[in-house]
Design a protein around this ligand. Sequence first.
Ligand SMILES: [Zn+2]
Length: 254
Amino acid sequence: MIIDSHMHINRKVLEDEEKYINAINNNPDIEKVINAGLDMETSNETLNIANSNAKFFSSVGIHPLYIDMVPLKTIDSLYALASNPKVVAIGEIGLDNTKSNLDEQKEYLIRQIIIANDMHLPVIIHANNTNKLVREIFARDAKPKYGCVFHCFQPDLEVLKYLIDNNFYISFAGRITYKTAKKSLEVAKTVPDDLFLVETDSPYIAPEPLKGKINETANIKYIIAKLAEVRQCSYEEVERITNENAKRLFRKMK
Ligand SMILES: [Zn+2]
């Protein structure tokens, strides 16, 4: 059974969210999904969806590109959300170098790692061209104590070694199905069995052959198939391993 470890269904990113919620509820191959918040509003919304749909779990946090909308002094309201049984992680949080406010982004990231540690939760990291910067924060300011996944991992063999040494996870999304994914495939081949997850990051980055379309959780089958191909194992094996890994990292996901 499939676990989509990172996706987005909320009113900010999808107009007809009911349609996508129903598609997951009615798909017998999908066991669980983790709906990741982007700001306070969407974090609250992912929790509401999780509370009324058994397959849905919630991850709450402020995405680095959304920090302008959330004053730093209000960030402690994540504690109340995180105490809900259906909130399985803090995320997605991290650093994104497409915006120049990296110093501010770092403050939000550090605060949220501390919240995750206080709440005994893993973190879901968004690191867009910032793998090394995030690693510096972990070394200097705050380090996740209850697990961590670099979602939609951008290939970087040096950082990969650091993640493996720390028992941190990486997650593969649609990008590994693209023709330009040579380095990602190298990572997909070498990452240990017990440290990788699969995700769609839907509605974004639809895998081949659907590139450019609105993505959804059912398309995770293309990502699993690609991983099975490069790791020279069966589709079922990748499905089983990533299911077990997700349940180990996201301990509250029962
Ligand atoms: Zn995402």
